[in-house]
Ligand binder design. Structure first.
Ligand SMILES: CC(C)(COP(=O)(O)OP(=O)(O)OC[C@H]1O[C@@H](n2cnc3c(N)ncnc32)[C@H](O)[C@@H]1OP(=O)(O)O)[C@@H](O)C(=O)NCCC(=O)NCCS
Length: 154
C-alpha cells in the first residue's frame, strides 16, 4: 500500500516502505496504533504511530500514512487519522507529532509545534512539524524525538 501511495520516479521501494519495516522491528512499535482501512474487503489505507518522546516524556510520532492512489480523495485518510487520534486518547497518550502539510493536518487540530513550545526534531522543518495535544492541560515543552528508525532517514 505504501509502495503505491508514495511511489516516486526512480525510488523503489520508497523510503516510507523501508521506514515502516524498520519501525515494525523496533521496540517503539505499538500494534494498537497501526490501523488499516478496509474498503470492499481490500486494504485501502494504513496509518501508524510509534513511541516518540518530548524530552523524556512519552509522546507519539504519526507516520507514515498512505492511501492507495485509486482510493485517495475519498475520505479514507481523514478517517484513519481521526481513528488513530481516538485510539491514542483511549490509551492515555498525551501528544501526537508529525511532519506534513499544515493545509492537510490543520483539520485534525494539529498546529505548528513551535507555537506550543515544542522543538521539531530538525529546526529546519519549521511549521511543517506539527503537534496535537490529547489532553486538556498544558503540555510541557521540549525537544521532540521520533523513534530511532526515523534517524535513518537523515
Ligand atoms: C495524504 C493522504 C494520506 C490523504 O488521504 P486521502 O484519503 O486521499 O485524503 P482524504 O480523502 O481523507 O482527504 C482529502 C483532502 O485532503 C487534501 N489533501 C490530500 N493530500 C494533501 C496534501 N498532501 N496536502 C494538502 N492537502 C491534501 C485534499 O485536497 C482533500 O481536501 P478537501 O477535503 O478540502 O477537498 C493520501 O492522499 C496519500 O496517501 N498520499 C500519498 C502519501 C502521502 O503523501 N502521505 C502523507 C505524508 S505526510
Amino acid at each position: 500500500m505504501h509502495r503505491l501511495a508514495f511511489a516516486r520516479a526512480g525510488e523503489d521501494p520508497p523510503i516510507e516502505v523501508t521506514l515502516l519495516a524498520r519501525l515494525r522491528d523496533d521496540p517503539a512499535w505499538l500494534p494498537h496504533l497501526s490501523l488499516v482501512a478496509i474498503v470492499d474487503g481490500e486494504p485501502a489505507g494504513h496509518v501508524v504511530a510509534t513511541r516518540a518522546r518530548v524530552n523524556d516524556a512519552p509522546a507519539l510520532g504519526l507516520g507514515p500514512v498512505g492511501v492507495r492512489p485509486e482510493r485517495q480523495r475519498a475520505g479514507i485518510g481523514t478517517i484513519l487519522v481521526h481513528a488513530l487520534v481516538a485510539v491514542a486518547e483511549t490509551h492515555g497518550e498525551t501528544l501526537v507529532g508529525l511532519l506534513g502539510d499544515p493545509r492537510y493536518y490543520r483539520r485534525f487540530g494539529f498546529t505548528a509545534a513551535t507555537h506550543v513550545g515544542i522543538e521539531p526534531p530538525d529546526p529546519e522543518w519549521g511549521p511543517f512539524f506539527q503537534v496535537r495535544s490529547l489532553v486538556a492541560e498544558a503540555i510541557p515543552g521540549g525537544r521532540f524525538r521520533y523513534a530511532p528508525p526515523f534517524d535513518w532517514l537523515g
